[in-house]
Design a binder for this molecule. Structure first.
Ligand SMILES: Cc1ncc(COP(=O)(O)O)c(C=O)c1O
Length: 413
C-alpha cells in the first residue's frame, strides 16, 4: 500500500460526494471489505474446528455488529455497554464472551443475569465468582508469559502485563475451581494486537495448550485476536497460509489428544476484520510553512483518531481533491492543543491546498472506538457504505458544539 492508492471498493468520487453531503470529519466503513476479510480468514480455517468471534472494541458501529451477527460470528465484549449492545443487536448469550478486565461485582452480576459466560483474568475475581455463583460455567484468561504486538502499549501478556492469570498459578485456578465446584468450560489468552509473526503466536499457544490438557471439562480454547494488518508501505500482510500451517493445523492434531470430546477453538480478531474497511475524511483548513516543516492543518485531530499520537502509528493519507498533484512532504496535523496531535509526519503526499479533502486510510479498527471529546471537539459522523446498492447510510451523526454541551449539561442556559 502506498500513499497514493485507495483500496477498492472505496471510490474517490463517492468519498468526495460524501464529504459534500455530510461534511467532515467523517468516518466511512465499507461493508464489502469486511465481508471479504471474513471470507479470507474463513478460507484458511476451512475443515477445522475453529470458530470466529469479533472483538467489538475494534469498532462498535451498529452495521458492523449486525454484519458480524449475519456472518455467524460471536462477540468478545469487554464492558457492560458492549455486552448490552451485543445482546440488543441480537447475539445469543452463548455467542458472547464477557472479557472485561478488573470487572466490578455489578458487571459480574450483569453478565451472569444475561447468561453470558465470563472470562476471568484475576484469581481474586475467580474466587468471588465462585462464592457468588458456585457450580457455574466460567472461562479463565491465562497469561502465557509471552506477549507481542505492534507497540508496547498493545502487548497484553508477559511478565509486566496486567492481563490474565499467570500460567504459574494454574494450581491456584484448579483449587478455586474445585472449591466452588465451577465448570471450567473455557481457557482464553490474548497476547497482543497487530501481530504479523506466526512463530511468537504459536509459542504462546503452545504454553496455553500444555495447561489446557490438564482440564477435561473444557469446551473451548479461545486464542484471542491479534492478527495484524499492514499499515505502512514497508509492512507485509499476514501470511495466512503459513498461519494455517503453523497454528490452525497443529490445533487439529492437539484436539485428538485432549481428553475433552467436543473441544473447539476460537479466534476473536478485531483489527484484521475491520481496519482496512475504514477511512476518515478530513478537510484542510491551514497550510503553514516553517523552516523545517510544511504543515497541513485539518478539521479533526487526535481525539478522533488517536493511534498516531498513542502508538506513533502509520496511516496512509490520500489527497482526494488533487490525486494527481505533485508529491510534497507534509506533516498532517489536527486541531487539538497537543503536540502529539498529528496524523502523519514528513509524508510524501499529493500537493495539498487549503480546502482539500484528505482520506486517512485503514482507520476502521481502534479509530472511532477510541475517540474522545478532548478539547470538547464533537465526534465525527460515521457512514456505512453497503456492499449492494448505492444508498449510503448514516450510522451516527456529527453533533454540533451546542448539541454536545446540551447533552453533557442538560438544562444549562
Ligand atoms: C481479549 C481481546 N480479544 C481480542 C482483541 C482483539 O485484538 P485485535 O484487534 O488485535 O485482533 C483484544 C484487543 O485488545 C482483546 O483485548
Amino acid at each position: 500500500m502506498t500513499e497514493h492508492e485507495l483500496k477498492r471498493p472505496f471510490n474517490p468520487d463517492t468519498l468526495r460526494e460524501i464529504a459534500d453531503s455530510y461534511g467532515t470529519p467523517t468516518y466511512c466503513y465499507s461493508e464489502q471489505i469486511i465481508r471479504d476479510r471474513i471470507s479470507l480468514l474463513r478460507s484458511h480455517l476451512s475443515g477445522t474446528p475453529v470458530h470466529l468471534s469479533y472483538a467489538a472494541k475494534a469498532n462498535v458501529a451498529l452495521p458492523i455488529l449486525r454484519l458480524m451477527l449475519d456472518e455467524g460470528l460471536g462477540v468478545d465484549a469487554v464492558s457492560p455497554a458492549e455486552l448490552e449492545l451485543a445482546i440488543r443487536v441480537g447475539f445469543a448469550p452463548d455467542q458472547i464472551l464477557y472479557s472485561a478486565n478488573n470487572m466490578t461485582d455489578q458487571e459480574m452480576n450483569l453478565a451472569a443475569s444475561k447468561g453470558v459466560v465470563m472470562n476471568v483474568g484475576e484469581l481474586s475475581r475467580l474466587k468471588r465468582f465462585g462464592q457468588d455463583f458456585p457450580c457455574s460455567r466460567v472461562c479463565v484468561r491465562l497469561n502465557p508469559q509471552i506477549g507481542a504486538g505492534h507497540h508496547k502499549h498493545v502487548i497484553t501478556a508477559g511478565r509486566d502485563s496486567k492481563f490474565g492469570i499467570p500460567v504459574e498459578q494454574t494450581d491456584e485456578i484448579k483449587r478455586i475451581v474445585s472449591e466452588y465446584d465451577l465448570q471450567l468450560i473455557g481457557l482464553h489468552q490474548h497476547i497482543g494486537s497487530g501481530i504479523l509473526d506466526t512463530d511468537v503466536v504459536w509459542a504462546a499457544i503452545a504454553v496455553m495448550l500444555d495447561v489446557a490438557i490438564q482440564f477435561d471439562s473444557l469446551q473451548f480454547i479461545n486464542l484471542g485476536g491479534g492478527l495484524g494488518v499492514p499499515y505502512g508501505p514497508n509492512e507485509h500482510a499476514l501470511d495466512l497460509s503459513l498461519w494455517r500451517e503453523k497454528i490452525v493445523r497443529p490445533l487439529e492434531e492437539y484436539r485428538g489428544r485432549h481428553p475433552s470430546t467436543d473441544l473447539t477453538f476460537v479466534f476473536e480478531p478485531g483489527r484484521f476484520l475491520v481496519a482496512e474497511a475504514g477511512v476518515l475524511l478530513v478537510r484542510v483548513n491551514t497550510i503553514k510553512e516553517t523552516e523545517h516543516h510544511l504543515f497541513a492543518g485539518v478539521d479533526s485531530g487526535m481525539g478522533h483518531l488517536s493511534r498516531p499520537a498513542i502508538y506513533g502509528a502509520y496511516h496512509a493519507v490520500y489527497n482526494l481533491s488533487h490525486p494527481d498533484g505533485e508529491l510534497n512532504t507534509y506533516d498532517i496535523v489536527g486541531n487539538i492543543c497537543e503536540s502529539a496531535d498529528f496524523f502523519a509526519r514528513e509524508r510524501a503526499i499529493q500537493e495539498i491546498r487549503v480546502g482539500d479533502l484528505l482520506a486517512i486510510l485503514d482507520v476502521g479498527a481502534y479509530g472511532m472506538s477510541m475517540a474522545s471529546l478532548y478539547n470538547m471537539r464533537p465526534l465525527p459522523a460515521q457512514l456505512w457504505l453497503p456492499a449492494e446498492g448505492t444508498e449510503i447510510r448514516l450510522v451516527t451523526a456529527r453533533e454540533s458544539a451546542t448539541e454536545l454541551i446540551d447533552r453533557l449539561y442538560p438544562g444549562l442556559d
